[in-house]
Unconditional design. Sequence first.
Length: 722
Amino acid sequence: MIDIEQIISTEYSLPRQNVSNALALWQEGATIPFIARYRKEKTGSLDEVQLRNIFERYTYLTELEQRKQTILDAIASQNKLTESLHNQINTCLNKTELEDLYLPYKPKRRTKATIAKEKGLEPLALLIQSYNQPKTSPNLSLTQAATQYVDESKGVKTEEEALSGAADILAELVAEKAEIRAYLRDYLLKQGVFVARIKDEHPEGSTKYEMYRNYQCSLSKIPPHNILALYRGEAEGILTVEIAFEEAEVLNYLESQEINTKVVEIRDFYRKMLKDSFNRLIKPALIREVRADRKQYADNESIKTFEANLRNLLLAPPAGMKPTMAIDPGFRTGCKVAILDQTGQFLEYQAIFPHSGDQKRQQAAKIIISLINKYQIELIAIGNGTASRESDQFISEIFQDLKSKPIKVIVNESGASVYSASEVARAEFPDLDVTVRGAISIGRRLQDPLAELVKIDPKSIGVGQYQHDVDQKLLQTKLAETVESCVNYVGVDLNTASKELLVFVSGITPTIANNIVSYRNQKGKFNNRRELLKIPKLGAKTFEQAAGFLRIRDGDFPLDNTAVHPESYPLVKKLLTALNIPLEQINQAGNRLNNLNLNQFITDTIGLPTLQDAIAELKKPGRDPREQFQYATFRAEITEITHLKPGMILEGIVTNVVNFGAFVDLGVHQDGLVHISELAARFVSDPNEIIKVGQVVKVKVLDVNEKLKRIALSIKAVTNLN
């Protein structure tokens, strides 16, 4: 048995005790956000990324150990388990290498080799194998050796057939050697080249895969998005995709490893056998494995990009819980206007038609002004779909007649239609039309992006890269982890959170989330965190996991609106007492907390990390950790792609970051692309290093292709101008 904890400790350069404690907490049911935030003393302040790495590696190695035992038992049952093989399997740390070791002993379907063995040719194969020695007699004759194995009753009619069967047996033995498969797999990954072409039936310019018409790229250097594009084009029947390599070099390697004799006849026999072994048995399997390896690499990289984009989108600065007018724009069907209060509750709906003639435009203006005044609107959210810029311009005209102007923002509405038709939306607004639900979602996204976007499948939000081509199970897992991380990082208002938001809070199950909402609907708002223990199925363990991430504004106890865990309340009281500050006046603690000598408060269970976190919370109790709200201002005269000209400097908002660059919304119904080479005046290997979804940027227009609807942009050109 391998020492899994020690292996993880070594691989990640972490103290073993920290790894051991983290695993113990996890196995007891603690969540990653809880361990990272509230058990720093035990883990040495491991963050969420480190914890996920530890737990994923532990799961992998545990599964590996279970598979090892199955394989050892299987080989032992064949009486073929040697001490050397037992040690090789026991010390193996890779699933692929483990399967290579098992391959010779794995039950297999009927092959050329098994057929040859059935004909009694295995002794001949072993005899020829014994001839493959440096001191083999030059007078040996394979044909003569094969004579005694000719037996028509067994289906062996000639010496040539006997030798051919023996070659099949030896070919399989070579193909099943773990060290050979490992070497050739590594060779293909390092030296192999993807070669793709568009099939002849697709003329030039007729497909979206034109760049792959005659394409070559090393397996070791090909970008993830190119791999996924190749595989998609192949699946659609447009591309042929092959892996090319120097076959002569591979055969030379096999000969150097397998041929030991200088006898010409045996060398020739082995050369022919090795070529057959490679082409028939090794190559097809390794090509599949290498393609799968590259697919896994592309999936992992693309999912990382998706995770980063989703995190930035979910953690986008909220405009704040203020009275909001939400507009889902449209031409023929009109604009759907929904009014939300400062808690996000729906109040009123109106349909207006500002783009259907002067009379209806004037009527629409009166309705908008009336609604703004009636509800003291502070925010206006306009969806960025059809008629968004025209609706934006319409609202700007109305602003000329207003003394107090609300903040007006064009909001990315990706996924709003998915939400409006979902079960979640139907349950929330059973009596409203889907278009009204869509408008409500747009408004709530402006108020608090995180609280609203958790209701939508992340794959529908529009920030992925080939998200339908990657491993869907892994994608779902990673995106759920990202949402969980973001929700717990920000914290959740216990009195306003939907069950869709609550379910991502540490320790809260869907059943408990429903019970919390039901309790709130029946009893009214929560006044303190201890009330949570009255919720059905929410016991002490769940309370421990969840309490620190749930906030109660204007409740009975000031600390309930902070990230301070209830278990640390006595500690905070000691800190405040030392400064003669009443608990009710924690907002006034501020910099006075800097005067405390924290060492005097350290105990066996409370260390410096917990004390530092408590101080940080007390300095800004109830603060939102997200950045300050900002929004892009689109040029009023630029509403269509036809208005764009090379050289223009414009403001936009990043809508998606991919491996090859970033897409930016300029307010012309078509996002422009800032290629990775145009992001900065230096080499950029990962766009996420310097840009993120939701970021407001200034760009220079490099090129506009109206026919293909392509806009090339540059950020570095603007930076260089400054």
